[in-house]
Design a protein around this ligand. Structure first.
Ligand SMILES: [Zn+2]
Length: 1022
């Protein structure tokens, strides 16, 4: 995977990921770690520093490895989801993608584990909660996490061997990087083309205009060293890389002297150190890797640059497709406090409708949304701040620059309202208290960049130190922030203005450039070279087809899986006539509130508007507050309030489903009354009439949807393929499929939104109806009765919205908890006459790659065959589809999954289209033939269980019952069935459901122009 530097709007809220806490009863791991002494030697490492970080409930231990100088940080915390990561500073000086291709090739086998794709294989031999590898601009990181200590050791062995002792065979380089090969490798007469996993992946990545823009911006802002090149690889530069260069890059960059190790969790540090020393570090001598990145020389005057991109067929307004943004160079990210201050400052400047740049740029609708790069970015050696717009017309480009300048002047003059700063600090407090399940991983990503440049990771963890210092600085100098704006934005001459415009011929030019590159390579070939290429192509093909012996890899066994289902006690009762589920959890002083309102009475023609309603309902103002005041209160009093559309297939019947909107919010205990007051105002007196405000929101939603298609194309293909297979599938497409993307594009293009404005109150009447509602509260036991009291008040205050409206379709009533037959109920839509239909749809898109999906209607969750189909999907993905679609087909990814009563195949960023559909069919034949082993089945089970037993955050406990109607008993029955799935079961379900003609299926492809599809009348072309 390649992770590009990209600034999110709420960059400060990156802290978000890192600051998630867990309330702890005992503190044994941090306490144990506190006993370590600086200077102490443990297995070849010397302890440098031991620091308690009480705010995060952890003890940080910093060490260095005596022999190689490798750096090490351990965060001891009573969290069973232990994490390991090793990060290497990788600083390429060309755009051949060498660090990215290396990241892929080290995973093609190592000395101790000479098997292809040990990560993919370990996914099936472990109970890992996370496994991956990332290439950033200046480092490459290999993290994993697991809750099982044996598994931790297994994975650590595999990771260490892959990173430090990879085979790096030439064949791996061809497969993962690039190669010339006959289009049909078995036909020496077929034309030679470029192939390779990274080559295709980057072609896909570069077809995403937002990513292209972010990449170009970074290259131009830091033109003097490693940031001027594309670490992921520029498609046309990738074919310049040689195998020898790859090996050299590994020797220098993947050396312990250039490595930073991070471990997290409740497992003992000593054991990690011993294993890392024995299996890797003791085999190395110290080197000087010379990978430091020098500071970027500052420009004496600002610069401007321009670039082209492909036109976006889905963009809301074809005449407004330009992007422009201004970037400012900021200080070194190793200055922890300055970075903290600037990320807060950035939020104040651009986040939310109360920020001056939002007011100045978004509200006048000069563009559709902020540019893809916006706010503070501290992911590389020197930080930057960017602000600009996308969806701008050509005439307005100058205006955008002028407005940015004027707004900065105005900020220097006026500063920020005190309440906004307060709201931001409140947000930080919530983020520090909110607990996630992947705290270790968040921590690893949070410290990665600064640590990579020898910043102090421990100082970064001490966030409260920064908060205190920030408050003091503001108190000592009321103009503190204004002075920063003056210094970094007003007077800063290292500033780049980058504009991007669509070029109708862009794709053509790209294709032409690739063709020229190809021809240059091809023309230089001798007859002998061609012969070799053909032979190597055949070799690769047979290597890919050869059976793989993975037995050298360590593995857990099915018997290592916990036979018991973890249970979550909840209490379901009725408050003011509304069913409420209470779930006591160690939420660390936060209360989580959800409400689910069915939309059974909603007229069908209004359904496509539900997602839009959800997107705007908490953002238009309510009660006595305009939308700005509402946004302010939301930040001051809550951890966010949102509404989203939801379709849930019933767990027992394929033609029954629940359709609803889900309200979701959280707050600190002390703000409970405020949170419910806000919801009350949203229910009782939302503002709908501000057309200007609505237009801003509509454009942002439409733009976001259009931008997301190239990234999530597989999800859109899957949703579309399933559209006519179940009634729920049809509604999914309406709410979140290509239908919705196109619908929002049409809405955004409307001159007059009055029709929408008139419709929103109608939607509200049907959607926010306490008669159709149920609620859930997750809070600490101490806070439960208080929560219940405030919820009751809220329900009383919104009771005027209660109406007994007639459902527009037949319904059925079910208990919320299937075990409580006489308990509170919910109402589902039922359609016993439903007839599934076969349909194949092709969406022609301006992408160079395809997203392919086929979906088959099978059985619901409680059916005895569901477990077999789930294991089969996993096994088929790992043992057949991965090799067909990724290794042979050249796609970035692909597989099969079982969910919602559907068995669904998919591929991601795939150079093939129809061939992939045939690979899906061959997958079914493979399953029916039953040539897989017991080991294959066990591996698939392990992989399924690592999903089933993935940790659940306190905020989300009980949600599978509340939302999905799946009780602990049902989960347990499913668990038993998963354990029991046999070889015969798998063959049987493949015959019974997946054979051609047995069950109704659908298919969808998103991809570039395709003659074969166009000529095939069985495909509907969109
Ligand atoms: Zn990749």
């Amino acid at each position: 995977m390649w992770r590009q530097t990209k600034t999110a709007l709420h960059k400060v809220l990156r802290l978000n990921d890192l600051l998630r806490l867990r309330a702890l009863k005992s503190t044994s791991a941090p306490e144990r770690a506190l006993k370590l002494q600086p200077g102490q030697n443990i297995h070849g490492f010397t302890v440098k520093e031991v620091v308690a970080v009480p705010d995060l409930f952890l003890t940080a231990v910093k060490l260095t490895h005596d022999g190689t100088g490798a750096q090490y940080l351990h965060a001891a915390r009573d969290d069973a989801n232990n994490l390991f990561s090793v990060q290497l500073r990788t600083t390429p000086m060309d755009s051949s993608g060498v660090p990215h291709i290396l990241e892929h090739t080290v995973l093609c086998g190592s000395q101790k584990f000479p098997v292809r794709d040990p990560f993919f294989k370990m996914l099936n031999r472990s109970l890992s909660t996370f496994m991956n590898a990332f290439t950033a601009s200046d480092y490459t990181m290999y993290p994993f996490s697991t809750q099982n200590s044996k598994d931790f050791q297994n994975l650590l062995s595999v990771y260490l061997d892959a990173v430090f002792f990879p085979c790096l065979r030439e064949q791996d380089f061809w497969q993962e990087g690039w190669r010339l090969e006959n289009e049909d490798p078995t036909d020496p007469k077929s034309p030679l083309v470029f192939k390779g996993v990274v080559f295709n992946e980057m072609k896909g990545a570069f077809s995403d205009n937002e990513r292209l823009y972010a990449q170009f911006l970074q290259n131009k802002m830091y033109p003097d060293h490693t940031y001027s090149v594309v670490s992921g690889g520029e498609p046309l530069c990738i074919p310049d890389l040689t195998w020898d260069q790859l090996k050299e890059f590994h020797a220098r960059h993947y050396h312990p002297s250039n490595a930073r190790f991070f471990t997290y969790g409740d497992l003992p540090l000593e054991q990690h150190l011993q294993q890392i020393q024995q299996e890797a570090l003791c085999k190395f001598e110290r080197i000087d890797p010379k990978t430091e990145v020098p500071p970027q020389p500052h420009w004496p005057r600002p610069r401007e640059a321009h670039m082209s991109c492909g036109p976006d067929a889905l963009a809301p307004d074809q005449t407004r497709q330009n992007t422009v943004c201004v970037s400012f160079l900021l200080p070194d990210i190793t200055d922890t406090f300055e970075g903290f201050t600037l990320s807060l400052l950035s939020s104040l400047m651009v986040s939310g409708p109360n920020s001056p740049l939002y007011k100045a740029l978004i509200e006048p609708k000069i563009g559709t949304d902020f540019s893809s790069v916006v706010g503070y970015d501290g992911s590389i050696r020197e930080a930057s701040f960017s602000v600009g717009l996308q969806g701008v017309s050509e005439q307005d480009l100058e205006r955008v620059k002028r407005v940015i300048e004027e707004t900065i002047d105005q900020i220097v003059l006026e500063g920020f309202e005190e309440e906004r700063i307060e709201a931001l600090l409140h947000k930080l407090e919530i983020q520090m208290k909110h607990q996630s399940t992947n705290f270790g991983l968040s921590l690893a990503s949070y410290i990665a960049s600064a640590w990579n440049h020898d910043g102090d990771p421990v100082a970064l963890l001490q966030i409260n130190h920064s908060v205190d210092r920030f408050k003091r600085a503001l108190k000592d100098n009321p103009r503190y922030l204004q002075e920063k704006v003056q210094q970094y934005f007003k007077e800063n001459t290292h500033r780049l203005t980058l504009s991007m415009s669509p070029d109708e011929e862009y794709l053509e030019k790209q294709a032409k450039a690739e063709e020229e590159k190809l021809q240059r390579k091809v023309q230089a070939l001798t007859e002998d070279d061609r012969k070799q290429i053909y032979e190597k192509g055949l070799e690769l093909l047979s290597a890919q087809a050869a059976p793989q012996d993975a037995s050298c890899l360590p593995a857990l066994r099915v018997s290592d899986i916990d036979p018991v289902t973890a249970r979550t006690p909840v209490q379901i009762s009725s408050v003011g006539g509304v069913p409420v589920q209470f779930c006591e959890q160690p939420t660390n002083g936060l209360v989580y509130f959800r409400a689910l309102c069915n939309l059974n009475s909603l007229p069908e023609d209004l359904r496509p508007l539900v997602p839009l309603f959800c997107a705007v309902i908490t953002k238009m103002g309510c009660g006595s507050m305009d939308y700005r005041q509402q946004a302010q209160q939301l930040e001051l009093r809550t951890g966010g309030m949102s509404v989203s559309a939801l379709v849930t297939p019933d767990s027992a019947h394929l033609d029954t489903y629940e359709q609803a909107v889900v309200l979701s919010s959280s707050c600190l205990d002390r703000n409970l009354p405020h949170m419910f007051d806000l919801w009350r105002d949203v229910f009782n007196s939302p503002h709908f009439t501000d057309e200007e405000r609505l237009r801003v929101l509509v454009m942002m939603v439409a733009q976001e949807l259009a931008n997301g298609v190239s990234y999530s194309g597989h999800a859109y293909a899957m949703t579309r393929a399933a559209r006519l297979l179940t009634p729920a599938g049809d509604l999914q497409e309406t709410f979140g499929g290509m239908e919705q993307v196109k619908f929002m594009k049409r809405v955004a293009e409307k001159q007059d939104l009055n029709h929408v404005i008139r419709t929103l109150p109608r939607l509200k009447k049907h959607l926010f109806n306490p008669h159709n509602m149920r609620c859930a509260i997750n809070a600490t036991p101490q806070e439960m009765s208080n929560s219940s009291k405030h919820l009751e008040t809220f329900l009383k205050e919104v009771s005027e919205n209660r109406k007994d409206l007639k459902p527009v379709r037949p319904t059925t009533v079910q208990p919320i908890d299937p075990q409580l037959e006489s308990g509170p109920t919910k109402t589902l839509i039922v359609d016993p006459q439903y007839q599934p239909c076969h349909m194949k749809t092709f969406f022609q898109m301006p992408f160079p790659v395809n997203f392919v999906s086929q979906s088959i209607r099978t059985v619901p969750f409680t059916h005895p065959d569901y477990a077999s189909l789930r294991v089969l999907a996993r096994m088929m993905s790992a043992k057949f589809l991965h090799s067909e679609i990724r290794e042979k087909g050249g796609a970035y990814g692909g597989g099969a999954r079982m969910g919602g009563g559907l068995f669904t195949f998919y591929s991601y960023r795939d150079p093939q289209a129809l061939q992939t559909l045939s690979a899906f069919r061959r997958g079914v034949d493979w399953a029916k033939a039953g040539t897989f082993s017991q080991q294959d089945i066990d591996e698939a089970k392990l992989s399924v269980f690592s999903a089933v037993d993935a940790p659940v955050a306190p905020a989300d406990k009980g949600m599978s019952l509340f939302v999905g109607g799946v009780s602990d008993d049902m989960s347990h029955a499913h668990r038993q069935r998963l354990f029991g799935v046999s070889h015969q079961d798998l063959v049987d379900v493949a015959h019974r459901y997946l054979s051609v003609g047995r069950c109704t299926d659908g298919a969808a492809i998103l991809g570039p122009e395709n003659d074969a599809l166009r000529k095939d009348p069985s495909w509907i072309i969109k």
